[in-house]
Design a protein. Structure first.
Length: 366
């Protein structure tokens, strides 16, 4: 996962000269005036990446075989059952281990990753321990392990196929509101597109999509139909942990949570991929420990660092309320358990300096 998504700057190296000069036709005409220099560069590279995807792959229609290679992995107890996606509907609905009346959690891996790597499995196991949900993992390894721009192109085909399965499950009796997609990195945009296709097919929205540090390259400042967006489900919550490197810059959901300011660097991490995956690891922890992460609504990280955020608190992750709106900030520990409870809503150095001031005043009195 670390490899090709690495630094956004690497994007520049991929691009043939013609594409570098290509007008950013797919970039929305939003005001970029308030962006920093680094953000501006990132936005331009992302636009160029989309131009590559459009120019090189828009006519490519031979994804059929790759889509057929997709699999659905069902977690039953500690056992993983793998079905080709074409037979998944029949297999799931004919087994007692899939309970159509329960909520279904669908975990989607990212670029250069697979359904049974550590982080997606950790999420699945955390849900599995509750014995309350159907837990599925999407395996789109063949589609999402290509050259990054081609993987981005394939992500949409993966999402369409997944939406088809979800629509069939809904036809069979699953409530759309009980379908919750969780996407890691590029998987977050797969989830977004699956939500768009589901809405197209069924005329209603999925219950929830959770974006776990949605991929930034190719998606930052894209139009809402080109990436995960708050309209893709009844509730879209997003956790940011590696902004400006592998993660998207801007808020995408109804509620956006910024771990330690959203990164790019997370405490205890050296490699960007470590920071990138921290969002998913924190989410998995929240499933087991629902009150571990409390965030506070804030204008930005600078305000957080000055402890001037107000008192609009929100639980992040598993326990996040569907009515939450806005941008929320929190601190986390460098090692598991990452959650700090309410302590995470306060900037520590500020607390210390307040205490110091207080002591200074005492000294003055003395
Ligand atoms: C919050 O901070 C207090 C005081 O430092 C500490 O005793 C407590 O364990 C902390 N709580 C969490 C959840 O880390």
């Amino acid at each position: 996962m670390a490899r090709a998504l690495a630094a956004a700057a690497l994007l520049a190296l991929w691009l043939p000269p013609a594409a570098r000069a290509a007008p950013a036709a797919t970039q929305p005409a939003s005001s970029n005036a308030e962006l920093s220099f680094a953000e501006n560069v990132y936005v331009k590279l992302s636009g160029a990446c989309r131009a590559i995807v459009d120019l090189r792959y828009s006519s490519q229609k031979d994804q059929g075989e790759l889509v057929k290679s997709m699999k659905i992995v069902q977690l039953v107890g500690s056992e993983l059952r793998t079905f080709p996606i074409d037979s998944a509907y029949r297999s799931l609905t004919s087994t007692l281990s899939f309970d159509i009346s329960k909520q279904t959690k669908v975990i989607i891996h990212g670029f250069n990753d697979n359904a049974q790597s550590e982080v997606p499995l950790e999420l699945a196991r955390a849900y599995g321990e509750k014995n309350m949900f159907n837990v599925l993992l999407v395996d789109a390894e063949e589609l999402l392990n290509k050259w990054y721009p081609l993987s981005v192109h394939n992500a949409r085909a993966a999402a369409r196929r997944l939406a088809n399965l979800l629509a069939n499950l809904e036809q069979h009796g699953a409530a759309a509101a009980d379908l919750h997609l969780l996407g890691v990195s590029l998987g977050a945009h797969v989830a977004g597109w699956a939500g768009k296709y589901f809405r197209l097919y069924k005329g209603r929205k999925l219950g929830r999509i959770t974006g776990l540090d949605p991929a930034g390259p190719c998606f930052t400042h894209a139009y809402s139909d080109q990436r995960l967006d708050r309209h893709d489900a009844e509730y879209v919550d997003v956790i940011h942990s590696n902004r400006l490197v592998q993660g998207v810059i801007e808020p995408l959901g109804h509620a956006d949570y910024y771990l330690n300011g959203g990164g790019p660097h997370q405490p205890g991490c050296a490699a960007p991929s470590c920071s990138h995956l921290r969002a998913a690891q924190a989410y998995a922890e929240s499933v087991r420990s629902p009150r571990a992460f409390v965030a506070v609504r804030c204008a930005d990280w600078q305000h957080f660092l000055h402890n001037s955020c107000g008192t609009d608190y929100s639980v992040m992750g598993y326990g996040s309320s569907f009515t939450t709106r806005g941008q929320f900030y929190l601190r986390t520990n460098p090692d598991p358990p990452y959650g700090m409870g309410m302590n995470g809503t306060v900037y520590k150095d500020k607390v210390k300096s307040t205490t110091q001031k207080w002591m200074e005043q005492l000294n003055l009195i003395k």
